[in-house]
Design a protein around this ligand. Structure first.
Ligand code: PLP
Length: 398
């Protein structure tokens, strides 16, 4: 039987069984639902996209997968070339992996080993944000600030290798003043912290982080697994502030196949490029550079460019702002909107209990968590469908 994610299996209610999906719609045996979650924020082009299906089918006729150890192939080469050209600055070196968590692990490993290769053995610490989420593997849980990790804290105690600060410039400056010679990197979900509660903060914080990282020689890592590909209303936040290492996942393949990439800049790459074999990056997920994933990712980026997805996202934000304007309720703490993300934070989690069922009755699939009711819709959503998603949220409070 299936052991479902993030669920107490004893009390879990039966999941909706999906039998088909197309565009923004999920189909159960007897209902069609707009997917306001985009399958964990990844399905940006909608389901069963004819172009994406076509490239996967074409690649499947050649081969689905070969390993990247000692072998290479067109889909991986073309995708890395595309990313090299498409991503800002000198973010040119693509290390593929099969999930966002693993890609963050790779970024953290790169940052640590970068300094070990240089003989700076005291730089073992990572600076991260409060409410951060970077994945569910052990190191990413440690770097994250997630309640789900608390059982591990009980077992091992708090790590002194990770320092968490609020997204405030004063806290950042203090942390750098005190720990700069022990830090190898500062990692953040830039502008929008997703699983930690759709928390939004200002770009000035990241600009200051870039300055401090430069001043003290600390690497800046952006985990854009969730924010990448337009979700914040920027193509990448890395377009505004350039990190040394960028992590992409979720929407990378348009939500078709689990895949992720850790992209390093020239400086980081050169920290490993050496005659010394022990300076190599010792990592290699079995399914890294999967040919189906790489071919669909390349097509996904082409669609994103050719069909001007940034204007679609601006329109989603406009409609969302217009629809939510003037909406309030005493039970609501705050409504936050950024690009293709809207979040209604309530004071009491009890307030949104039962919302999933209610939304389903109104033709929308939603998955609120804790105090957060949110939507991160596929970018191909029509105006009427988006309004249906937003009005369903508002109706719940009336
Ligand atoms: C989802 C997410 C991850 C983890 O990605 P997986 O593919 O689920 O392992 C890491 N970082 C952020 C910011 C995420 O939103």
């Amino acid at each position: 039987m299936i052991w479902y994610p993030y669920e107490q299996m004893k009390t879990m209610k039966a999941p909706y069984k999906i039998v088909d999906a197309e565009g923004v719609y999920l189909y159960t045996e007897d209902q069609k639902l707009i997917d306001s979650v985009s399958s964990w924020w990844s399905v940006i082009h909608g389901y069963k996209h004819p172009e994406l299906n076509r490239v996967i089918e074409a690649q499947l006729k050649k081969f689905a997968h070969v390993m990247l150890g000692g072998l290479t192939h067109d889909p991986a080469e073309k995708l890395s070339e595309k990313l090299q050209n498409w991503l800002p600055g000198d973010l040119d070196y693509c290390f593929f992996s099969d999930s966002g968590s693993v890609a963050v692990e790779v970024a953290l490993k790169m940052a640590l080993q970068y300094y070990m290769n240089r003989g700076e053995h005291q730089r073992t610490m990572v600076l991260a944000l409060e409410h951060a989420y970077h994945g569910d593997t052990f190191k990413t849980m440690e770097v994250g600030d997630d309640e789900d990790y608390h059982f591990v804290l009980k077992a091992y105690g708090k790590s002194d290798q990770v320092l968490h600060i609020p997204a405030e410039i004063s806290a950042l400056e203090q942390a750098f003043a005190k720990y700069h010679d022990r830090l190898n990197c500062f990692i953040a979900e830039p502008l929008l912290q997703g699983a930690g509660g759709m928390r939004m903060y200002d770009i000035s914080f990241l600009k200051r982080a870039r300055q401090l990282c430069d001043q003290y020689g600390v690497l800046l890592v952006f985990d854009e697994v969730a924010t990448g590909f337009g979700r914040t209303g920027n193509r990448f936040v890395a377009d505004l502030v350039l990190p040394d290492i960028l992590v992409l996942g979720k929407a990378l393949t348009g939500g078709y196949i689990g895949h992720a990439v850790t992209v390093a800049n020239q400086k980081v790459y050169e920290g490993f490029y050496d005659d010394n074999p022990s300076h190599a990056l010792m990592h290699g997920p079995t399914f890294m550079g999967n040919a189906l994933a790489c071919s669909v990712a390349l097509k996904s980026i082409e669609l994103f460019e050719e069909q001007d997805y940034m204007s679609k996202i601006r329109r989603i934000e406009e409609i969302t702002r217009h629809e939510m304007e003037g909406f309030s309720d005493p039970r609501i703490k705050e409504i936050r909107i950024m690009g293709g993300c809207v979040c209604v934070e309530v004071y009491d989690p009890g307030t949104i209990k039962g919302y999933q069922q209610f939304a389903c009755e109104h033709g929308v699939f939603s998955r609120p968590f804790l105090n957060y009711l949110y939507a991160m819709v596929p970018y191909v959503i029509g105006e009427d469908e988006l309004i249906q998603v937003l009005r369903t949220m508002k109706k719940w409070f009336s």
